[in-house]
Design a protein around this ligand. Structure first.
Ligand code: KE4
Length: 436
């Protein structure tokens, strides 16, 4: 009986894609490179499920890396986008939908008094950094080791030898002087933050951090850590930038800043506020935002910024999220998955730390199941174990992010049945890891 290759069409597309696009993908993580498989090419998504070009369906926990909190192909979002495109996609002029979405976000996030739309999280962060430097007249930016804020040159840095030395480029093509003003510190390490301020304080324009880290896997701030960063910034006249591209409207209807009770000067957003279409935004104090062109001298622009399609998808998504039952539902599903994965790990005798914030969750294959509190802890996890875990789940019809260093996302379209199935298959996958 010939073995049927159930991924044949994806593999054929991948072969062609590699000839045309670097790595055959439009974004590195989609290459499945760290989990030893060829990437899937997806045909469609519906609710909690996606289907690849070979007709294989999966319970999806990638969910486009965060935007799809309502699930794939939500009918109201589709209808809003379809209606808008029947009137046109982009005008290069203002539209009422930008004003409407801006109002919804500013209403939800009191620290965001004014907002500027851009087309990606990267653009939002790049612009917020420029604004912070323009407002303070200072150069130094402090970021967390392992923090990912898009492919912004000055933030693609690796920690220097000491905990509070200037960063060095983590990618070719970035001159040393571009990262010379970036200081990298460990997340959740208050003494390191204090040392950075002691050394660079009057030069620091801003600290930027994900309030809950999601790009090394889900890592929560220690109680009081974010508040301590806020105080250090206040004492030094520096700004606090919260990168809520992932957590904004994900972990709370007003973002992680509400959930964790910390008030940033600037907030970066993306993903959910575009409902699955390309979007980003940065916003904050009125006196700062009024420095942004054309109101002020800090330049920033974008052809498709605030485009009506993304605006309408975002408006519809945020309008539906005003039903707080949705947050209750995804919190319950997150808890069910967290408890179930923990039980599976115990049954399979697998060392795993399950870390979650609402509907964002990561199982870390961490030595002795040690809690991951920062990037160094995350790097001690076993990527080979995660790879095995990923492959077994994939072949059983569950798609999780193809990297240990990502968050899984649960949507309001996921069901308790999806979670139960995932937990059962996770135990099988963990046994495969333990058996290796
Ligand atoms: P984009 O430029 O990809 O829209 O956003 C960059 C970004 C900024 N800030 C945070 C906190 C983010 O999580 C991201 C992007 N997240 C990744 C997922 N780890 C996007 C997936 C990808 O790179 O393909």
């Amino acid at each position: 009986m010939p073995v049927v290759n159930r991924y044949a069409k994806s593999q054929a597309l991948f072969a062609k894609a590699r000839e045309l696009m670097p790595g055959g993908v439009s974004s590195p993580v989609r290459s499945f490179k760290s989990v030893g498989r060829d990437p899937l090419f997806i045909q469609s998504g519906e609710g909690s499920t996606i289907t690849d070009v070979d007709g294989n369906s999966y319970i999806d926990y990638v969910m486009s890396y965060g935007p799809l909190i309502l699930g794939h192909s939500h009918p109201a979002v589709q209808a809003a986008v379809a209606k808008q495109i029947s009137h046109g996609a982009s005008f290069g002029c203002c539209s009422a939908s930008e004003v409407e979405l801006a109002g919804m976000i500013c209403q939800a996030m009191p620290a965001v008094e004014m907002i500027r739309f851009v087309n990606s999280g990267t653009e939002a962060v790049m612009s917020a950094l420029r604004l912070a430097r323009g407002f303070t007249g200072r150069k130094v930016i402090v970021k967390m080791a392992g923090g990912y804020h898009g492919h912004v040159d000055s933030l693609l840095v690796q920690a220097g030898s000491g905990a509070t030395t200037h960063g060095h480029p983590s990618s070719p093509g970035i001159p040393e002087n571009v990262t010379a003003n970036t200081v990298v510190i460990p997340f959740n390490d208050l003494p390191a933050a204090q040392a950075a301020f002691a050394k660079f304080g009057p030069q620091i324009a801003a600290v930027i951090t994900e309030p809950v880290m999601g790009n090394i896997g889900v890592v929560l701030p220690r109680p009081g850590y974010l508040q301590a960063l806020r105080s250090l910034c206040d004492d030094a006249g520096a700004l606090l930038i919260l990168d809520e591209v992932m957590t904004g409207f994900r972990v709370h209807p007003s973002g992680a800043q509400a959930l964790l009770d910390v008030k940033p000067d600037l907030t970066c957003l993306g993903k959910i506020i575009g409902g699955g279409l390309p979007v980003g935004a940065y916003g904050g104090r009125r006196d700062m935002m009024n420095l942004v062109s054309p109101a002020g001298p800090v330049y920033q622009a974008g052809t498709l910024s605030g485009n009506p399609l993304a605006m309408q998808a975002g408006i519809t998504t945020l309008r539906l999220l005003q039903d707080v039952n949705i947050y209750q539902h995804i919190e319950e599903l997150g808890k069910q998955l967290e408890d179930g994965l923990r039980q599976s790990a115990k049954a399979a005798r697998c060392d795993i730390s399950i870390q979650r914030c609402g509907s964002m969750i990561t199982p870390f294959f961490s030595p002795a199941g040690k809690t991951v509190e920062n990037y160094a802890d995350a790097l001690r996890c076993d990527p080979a174990a995660y790879s095995t875990f990923f492959q077994v789940l994939l072949d059983e019809g569950v798609l999780i992010p193809p990297s240990q260093f990502e968050a899984w996302f649960i949507s309001s379209a996921h069901t308790a049945g999806d979670i139960e199935k995932t937990i059962a298959l996770a135990e099988k996958a963990m046994r495969a890891v333990a058996g290796k």
